[in-house]
Design a protein around this ligand. Sequence first.
Ligand SMILES: NC(=O)c1ccc[n+]([C@@H]2O[C@H](COP(=O)([O-])OP(=O)(O)OC[C@H]3O[C@@H](n4cnc5c(N)ncnc54)[C@H](O)[C@@H]3O)[C@@H](O)[C@H]2O)c1
Length: 313
Amino acid sequence: MRTLVTGGAGFIGSALVDRLLAEGHEVDVVDDLSTGTLANLAAARQLDAPLTFQGMDIRVPELIEYVQRRRPQVIFHLAAQTSVVESVRRPIFDADVNVIGSLRVFEAALGAKCPKVIVAASGGSLYGESPEGAPPLTEEASQAPSSPYAISKRAMIDYLRSYQRLFGLEFSVLALANVYGPRQRFSSEGGVVSIFAKQLSDGAAPTIYGDGLQSRDFVFVDDVVDAFIRAIDRGDGDLCNISSATEVSVRALYDEVARTLGCAIDPIIAPARAGELRRSVLANDHAARVLGWRPFTSLSEGVAATVASLGPR
Ligand SMILES: NC(=O)c1ccc[n+]([C@@H]2O[C@H](COP(=O)([O-])OP(=O)(O)OC[C@H]3O[C@@H](n4cnc5c(N)ncnc54)[C@H](O)[C@@H]3O)[C@@H](O)[C@H]2O)c1
């Protein structure tokens, strides 16, 4: 199948490219390399595989003509401004990439008669706080996007619903929890597993903000990629949480990474950061029903793979 991946040089996008090629699909990557790198595609580019790379900003009008030429049968839309902090600093830029850029991708899909777009949304920021003691949040939970990033990502979903009704463009939305794994940038906001792993393996003490009991739902990148693949022919018009449905405190995560590395370094404890969620955990039963998807990588396996990807110490 001819496929196109926006953001294909990024952390999740490049893992998706690897899997698509392994399954025999043709892949065109569109990426402006603003946060992604060609190094993420190095292994894929070494294969004798049908992969092309187009260095292009998704916001430019030329995207439409480019996609029309490539004629993908499905578009995976992962290119985005992904930083909450940056979205607060530059809300217009955030909306430009995440709203206008996404609309450009949807217009390109229509222009190329591509029947389906599968997009990466943000589960954590879409729903906001998971109430203490409550079960993991389902897709029916009330939505409370508060940062400009959360709002622009939510607007993308609203536009998709509108494009489906008005123009018949099919879609699936994957609302991702905290994704982690090899190739995640150490500098990325959500990249706490990579940050802990890199600092501990360098012999440095990572910082934990607050009491360390704030919790997240960590889902391994290969599991997330599997959900994107399943959405090619399932989950039309639907939104699915892609999560582990397991709550892990930042302190427990730290201990897991330290144990994997055989390190006994104590973290630096710093004051809690304003605006950070206390608890975020998402149910994944809907993805099981709709996509036949369940996460298959345990936290210890995923942490071990992330640590191994850093190479020998
Ligand atoms: N990592 C997570 O935990 C997480 C959680 C929820 C949602 N997501 C979403 O998943 C997607 C991928 O995120 P990631 O973690 O791989 O981030 P990433 O920064 O590694 O990937 C984003 C990619 O998009 C490219 N890009 C950015 N702006 C672009 C533009 N204007 N034109 C073309 N390319 C552009 C970047 O160069 C990069 O390669 C994003 O849509 C993000 O919002 C990620």
